[in-house]
Design a protein around this ligand. Structure first.
Ligand code: PMP
Length: 429
């Protein structure tokens, strides 16, 4: 047991007896954090930093899987939540905050005319799919990207254990920036596709006209276009990727950044389709939970008033530029590149002649965690990140890339791993 993560590893081993996987989220589990060189439990967060239960401090570039856009314990959000806490959390009637937050979303997200709330992103994506099926009277859907844990989506991935085959047969995957792969689905299931749901962007930028052509094809075929903006919403621009790229979907799913880490998601979109939610069943006990709504109201106001997207974009641009310069400096261009939107960039890893991308990723995580940086390969920016955080990140990459170069050129990477090599969860992006 390594000393640095002693308490984390001890608690993980206890947790594994009580909680399958020892975590509630695959991306926070030992499947993604290599055992022996990783923290597993966090004690607290403040601004851009978190502390694990062993007392190690990290600059966080995971930011709760992109749910944190303002930073941990943001003073405005904490104040709004504290005030709301004193007057109640969940009630027997709706709370006025539902109307207030709906108004903010409609003001910010260009295609939003009506809004319904959920808790997780998966609530929103599944609700949107059900609305699209009800609206079109069709059953099949085309998917591109990641859309949550529910049957209709996860059945299309390698993690489809427990999903009925009949459900799997209704969902069809197409590839990003490959219009023909979408057209093929429409050709194979003529008049049967209810919805095209996609992340408007993940790591790769859309090719010129791609999103526009997806919209045109979807509408020509009588299907509903859903942009899954659970990650891009309120991050790529105040109005999300649809504002950034100037392409409006029929429905939008939102989550993550909506409430700076409080559990809230939403479906927003055209009135004609949203109105169907009066009959389509989308309803849950905690749908109008007021702490998260208070958090969302404060978060959305701050995103609008403090130029949050511009600030985090500028910092994020420095990361993309700086990391790519370091990749060249350390002669790692054949296996590494840093791409993506500045508010959420990715260190993309390719196989090396002697080692798989998973060997290299395990090595990089081992060395980054040891130096106090939390990343899973992404740089999810928050308003709390400072220039000094970016400076430190680049300094640490400089050290770690030098080690990687040496390990690769001396063929000793495997010997230098103090953990098992990561195993891919599934690849959907
Ligand atoms: N859509 C996208 C684009 C996501 O990134 C996620 C979560 N990573 C989801 C949907 C599902 O959200 P949740 O995990 O909150 O259900």
């Amino acid at each position: 047991m390594s000393h640095r993560y002693k308490k984390s590893e001890h608690l993980l081993n206890e947790a594994l007896e009580l909680i399958p996987l020892g975590a509630q989220t695959f991306s926070k589990s030992k499947t993604q954090f290599p055992y022996g060189v990783s923290p597993y439990f966090v004690e607290r967060g403040d601004g851009s930093a978190v502390w694990d239960i062993d007392g190690n401090k990290y600059i966080d570039f995971i930011n709760a899987l992109a749910a944190i856009t303002l930073g941990y314990n943001d003073p405005d959000v904490t104040a709004a939540v504290s005030k709301q806490l004193l007057s109640g959390v969940t009630f027997s009637l709706s709370h006025p905050l539902e109307v207030q937050v709906a108004k903010e979303i409609i003001a910010m997200v260009p295609s939003a005319e009506m809004v319904r709330f959920g808790k997780n992103g998966s609530d929103a994506t599944t609700g949107a799919i059900r609305l699209a099926r009800a609206y079109t009277g069709r059953e099949h859907v085309a998917v591109c990207g990641y859309h949550g844990w529910h049957d209709w989506y996860i059945g299309t991935t390698a993690r489809n254990l427990g999903v009925p085959e009949t459900t799997q047969k209704l969902s069809h995957t197409f590839s990003y920036n490959d219009l023909d792969s979408l057209k093929k689905i429409f050709l194979t299931y003529p008049g049967q596709i209810a919805a095209v749901i996609m992340e408007p962007m993940s790591a790769e930028f859309p090719l010129p006209g791609f999103l526009e052509k997806v919209k045109e094809t979807t509408h020509k075929e009588g299907a509903v276009l859903i942009f899954d903006e659970v990650i891009t919403g309120f991050r790529f621009a105040k109005g999300g990727a649809q504002e950034y790229f100037g392409v409006m979907p029929d429905l939008t799913t939102l989550g993550k950044a909506l409430a700076n880490g409080y559990p809230l998601s939403a479906i927003a979109g055209r009135k004609e389709i949203m109105k169907l939610a009066e009959d389509v069943f989308f309803s849950f006990t905690f749908g109008g939970e007021a702490l998260s709504l208070a958090a969302a109201f404060a978060t959305l106001k701050k995103i609008q008033n403090c130029n949050v997207v511009d600030v985090i974009s500028k910092l994020g641009e420095k990361i993309i530029k700086g990391v790519n310069e370091l990749i060249i400096k350390h002669h790692l261009q054949a296996i590494l590149t840093c791409i993506g939107h500045p508010t959420r960039s990715f260190l993309i890893i390719k196989d090396h002649s002697a080692y798989s991308e998973w060997h290299i990723k395990s090595f990089l995580l081992q060395e980054m965690f040891a130096r106090g940086v939390l990343t899973l390969g992404t740089h999810n920016m928050s308003f709390a990140h400072q220039e000094s955080d970016v400076f430190n990140l680049l300094m640490i990459y400089d050290e770690v890339f030098a080690l990687l170069n040496t390990a690769l050129s001396s063929n000793s990477l495997e010997q230098q791993l103090r953990c098992n090599v990561l195993i891919p969860l599934f690849k959907v992006r």
